[in-house]
Design a protein around this ligand. Structure first.
Ligand SMILES: [Zn+2]
Length: 135
């Protein structure tokens, strides 16, 4: 067995050490090909498959982490107005739904809710359906 490069580039993580398990597992699988021990081969294949599952899980977690980071950044751009009990983006008079932002981190704009006379009676979120009257 031979290693062509001592370093393995891994997307998102960068260059990692030669001790990364996948490299060792590949070497172990190669070495086991010449063995007559079928139990060893099976076990190595299972470990290898499990590792690939873990790698996929890490990728999914990384995607989720990126999504959460974006939500945090978006949230940092809105400010809570304690008197109106609504979120506002700087320089933007239209508020965001506090329930949606607090629950899921989503910035959902509120729309005017009008009464029978056509007068504005409050604000309504078209996603969660909450109404806000304290403007
Ligand atoms: Zn909402």
């Amino acid at each position: 067995m031979g290693i062509t490069s001592p370093y393995i580039p891994l997307r998102g993580i960068g260059i990692v050490s030669p001790y990364l398990p996948i490299g060792l597992l590949k070497q172990a699988k190669e070495a086991a090909k010449e063995s007559d021990d079928h139990d060893l081969k099976d076990k190595l294949s299972e470990v290898y498959d499990s590792f690939l599952d873990l790698k996929e899980l890490i990728g999914n977690l990384r995607d989720e982490n990126n999504e959460l980071r974006k939500q945090l950044e978006a949230r940092a751009n809105v400010k809570w107005d304690g008197s109106k009990k609504l979120y506002f983006a700087e320089g933007d008079p239209d508020p965001f739904c506090p329930a949606c932002l607090d629950n899921s981190g989503k910035q959902i704009r509120l729309h005017y809710e009008r009464g029978m006379t056509g007068a504005v009676i409050g604000l309504r979120c078209r996603v969660c359906g909450n109404s806000y009257h304290d403007r």
